[in-house]
Design a protein around this ligand. Structure first.
Ligand SMILES: Nc1ncnc2c1ncn2[C@@H]1O[C@H](COP(=O)(O)OP(=O)(O)OP(=O)(O)O)[C@@H](O)[C@H]1O
Ligand SMILES: [Mg+2]
Length: 349
């Protein structure tokens, strides 16, 4: 894995807004970059341009060597109307390689004199993509991600959010990519799957560019942090995640106070823009977990208060209870505000 990635002068305006304005990005082989910035600033847009999914107004993205494979994990899991197995075969390139191998085999059988070379190229590609042992590799990845076997024959649109997120990761684990572009990969993941992703990335030698709000994920997986500034530019953040967090905490929204995990600031930029559906879902999930944790703590305190024997102990417990109750109220308020924001934006949760 020696691929390097270069983006030069990337610029894109959407409507009147200059989302990106002359962004340069040079990523060396094996370099791991976290991409941060407030909601709606253009992180997904930058990643989609680098992944070749979106055409910039100006600028170019080059991969060296040019035939390297880029694996892109979108912020919203894919929902094409295909089975999970078909999805894995398509996303990993195994489907196309198998079709090419079948076609060249048929041409050889038909006596086409040129078919030999084409067959040999198709076979090389089929082997290089790991198609020969694809089924046994699926079984391994399925076990790592705790996915049930029956899921392979399900169609993507019927999967739950958590299942779809894990299937997206499975495709990454199974493919032979040189570069990973990951857009909020920890959204919708339970803790075990999050660990499986982090473990996988630990041993993976290629380039990683990951958009994330999850501080511990960024700390563990990335070496450098690039922040979009909301004016179309991108700057390296000296001091990494901790420095970024310190600089942005003051501007963070109230949801910040109820986060269970320390998350990277998600304050909106001056030109207020709507959070994406998956950002809203993530923040609601965080508020729900904070609410559950605070409610549980409150119940424990109420029990302890019932068992308290002396006045001083009761007083101390009472104080802790009022703080915990305030946390419950704040989490509830945050959740309701996010639900209202989602409803106003017509987002199904
Ligand atoms: N097709 C489009 N037409 C017009 N504006 C768009 C379009 N797609 C995205 N935008 C806007 O472009 C801006 C950048 O969006 P983008 O999804 O890249 O932000 P982001 O930083 O990934 O946000 P989040 O943290 O919520 O995922 C947002 O203001 C968004 O509303
Ligand atoms: Mg995004």
């Amino acid at each position: 894995m020696t691929a390097a990635l270069h983006a030069r002068d990337l610029s894109l305006a959407l409507g009147a807004r200059h989302i990106l304005e002359g962004v340069d990005l040079a990523v060396d082989p094996g370099q791991r970059i976290g991409l941060v910035g407030p909601n709606g600033v253009g992180k997904s847009t930058l990643l989609r341009i680098v992944a070749g999914q979106l055409q910039p107004d100006r600028g170019v993205v080059t991969l060296a060597p040019a035939n390297g494979n880029v694996g892109y994990l979108p912020q919203e899991p894919e929902r094409a109307d295909e089975t999970v197995r078909e999805h894995l075969e398509r996303r990993t390139g195994v489907a196309a390689a198998s079709a090419a191998l079948d076609a060249t085999t048929a041409a050889m059988a038909a006596g086409d004199p040129e078919a030999g070379d084409a067959y040999s190229d198709a076979l090389d590609r089929w082997l290089a993509l790991g198609a020969a042992d694809f089924d046994s590799r699926i079984a391994e990845v399925w076990a790592d991600l705790g996915l049930p076997e029956r899921l392979l024959d399900e169609r993507l649109p019927v999967l739950s959010g958590g299942e779809a997120a894990r299937v997206g990761l499975a495709a990454l684990f199974l493919a032979r990519f040189d570069v990973f572009l990951l857009d909020e990969p920890t959204n919708d993941l339970d803790l075990d799957t999050l660990r499986a992703l982090e473990d996988f990335l630990d041993d993976w030698p290629g380039i990683v560019v990951a958009v994330s709000h999850d501080r511990s994920f960024l700390d563990r997986v990335t070496d450098e942090l690039l922040a979009l500034d909301g004016r179309g530019g991108a700057d390296w953040v000296r001091g990494g995640v901790a420095a970024w967090l310190a600089a942005h905490q003051a501007a963070a929204p109230s949801a910040q106070t109820v986060r269970t995990a320390a998350a990277v600031a998600t304050a909106k930029p001056a030109a207020v823009v709507a959070a994406s559906p998956s950002t809203l879902r993530r923040r609601m999930g965080e508020a729900e977990r904070a609410l559950a944790a605070a409610s549980k703590q409150r119940d424990v305190l109420i029990n302890e208060l019932g068992d308290a024997l002396d006045h001083r102990e009761m007083h101390a417990l009472g104080e802790r209870l009022s703080v915990t109750q305030a946390a419950v109220d704040a989490a509830e308020e945050t959740w309701l505000a996010l639900a209202a924001e989602a409803e106003a934006a017509g987002i199904e949760l």
